[in-house]
Design a protein around this ligand. Sequence first.
Ligand SMILES: Nc1ncnc2c1ncn2[C@@H]1O[C@H](COP(=O)(O)OP(=O)(O)OP(=O)(O)O)[C@@H](O)[C@H]1O
Length: 236
Amino acid sequence: MNDQFIQGVIFDWNKIDDDSYLKQIEALKNIERLEFKNSINFFVGENGSGKSTLLEAIAIAHGFNPEGGTKNYVFSTHDTHSELCNAIRIVKGYRKEKWGYFLRAESFYNVATKEEEYGGIDSARYHERSHGESFLALAQNNLQPNGLYLFDEPEAALSPQRQLTLLMEIYKCARKGAQFFIVTHSPILLGIPDADIYCFDDGRIHLCEYEETESYQITEMFINNREVLLDRLLKE
Ligand SMILES: Nc1ncnc2c1ncn2[C@@H]1O[C@H](COP(=O)(O)OP(=O)(O)OP(=O)(O)O)[C@@H](O)[C@H]1O
């Protein structure tokens, strides 16, 4: 039985203008519905394939602030979210999450500022740590059993060692009833066992295996054939 908080998304493209760029995004433009059965769901694919657009739309349609944070965050410093959130319906399960967090690498600074403000005197002092240290601390401070988490490229600030720490935390939290939607290019994070990987390449959203992702294939090819590859690339 599917006991996830978010079990799917239904799209109504009639609510989007014909000249909107959303209707030009190959992976999204013909999709009617998507199903989620897993506690850990990755969105992968080439730059510009629509991953962040969909993650953001799911987050906003579910009640999160467009720039990130918990559902209680209402600040907006740079309101540029797409109208896709108005054209989707979230299919919810019978369980309701106890806590949730939308975390995007690109607006982390603003979220950390708000987190310090809202958290009051006892809050973690995110701006007094390095980018990676504070990003991981903020993620860790907000990971709870039975929570719902939407992360956009959480690896951006993290060393490989800290990506492994985050991987461990996500895995443990998912086993305690949490659900994750994560946009990533990280071959480390993607390696988490038993996750569903939704690939946005080839003009559609489709499930794929870890070893089929470009993040894995290109990293593997580079590490195992670095000299030959560089020789070929740099000679051209
Ligand atoms: N405000 C906008 N106006 C026009 N086009 C936009 C706008 N925002 C995004 N796009 C386009 O929508 C497409 C999907 O963008 P999106 O940010 O979802 O890609 P992505 O898969 O998350 O990429 P990346 O891996 O680089 O983060 C891109 O081609 C992008 O240029």
